[in-house]
Design a binder for this molecule. Structure first.
Ligand code: CA2
Length: 149
């Protein structure tokens, strides 16, 4: 079981600034922690990050053909709040998908309360830092195991 973990714009800057919101870890540190957790829980991981909307659309579309993955954990960053292109891409792929956020978007500015991606995902997890991604991977594992029965 392999999970594709996609990070969107500016998440390559983790650990460099806004540490009070997003924490001290770099993206590489966070990915290593997620990979270790997933391996201990019987999941492989593959990571992708882009600042470009079209590249994120491409990654979602090619979850199976390019990444050979069975599910998607997606932090689309600010695109979460307005990218119907990414929303449409999610609607087209028939693998389990979980939207995640490091911060609790509902405790922040109003524009962060809206997700145009969530209705094309199985669920949303936010506010738990790197643990948001780990919980999302567990959720995908549960969905896939339920479907296999
Ligand atoms: O909380 C999250 O994970 C977000 O998806 C992060 C996005 C934000 O636009 C969403 O509303 C919530 C922003 C990512 C910016 O990441 C930075 C990290 C370090 C330094 C600067 C930006």
């Amino acid at each position: 079981m392999k999970i594709l973990i996609i990070n969107g714009p500016n998440l390559n800057m983790l650990g460099a600034r806004e540490k009070e919101i997003y924490g001290e870890q770099t993206l590489a540190d966070m990915n290593a922690e997620i990979a270790e957790f997933c391996a201990a829980n019987g999941m492989e991981t593959v990571f992708y990050q882009s600042n470009i909307e079209g590249e994120l659309v491409g990654a979602v579309q090619s979850v199976i053909s390019r990444f050979g993955a069975d599910g998607i954990v997606l932090n689309a960053g600010a695109y979460t709040h307005y990218s119907h292109a990414i929303g449409d891409a999610l609607a087209c792929v028939k693998v389990p998908k979980v939207e995640v956020h490091i911060s609790n978007v509902h405790a922040r500015e109003n524009f962060r309360h809206l997700s145009v991606l969530a209705d094309n995902c199985n669920g949303v997890i936010c506010g738990f830092g790197a643990d948001s991604y780990k919980l999302a991977c567990l959720a995908i594992k549960h969905i896939l195991q339920r479907c296999a029965k």
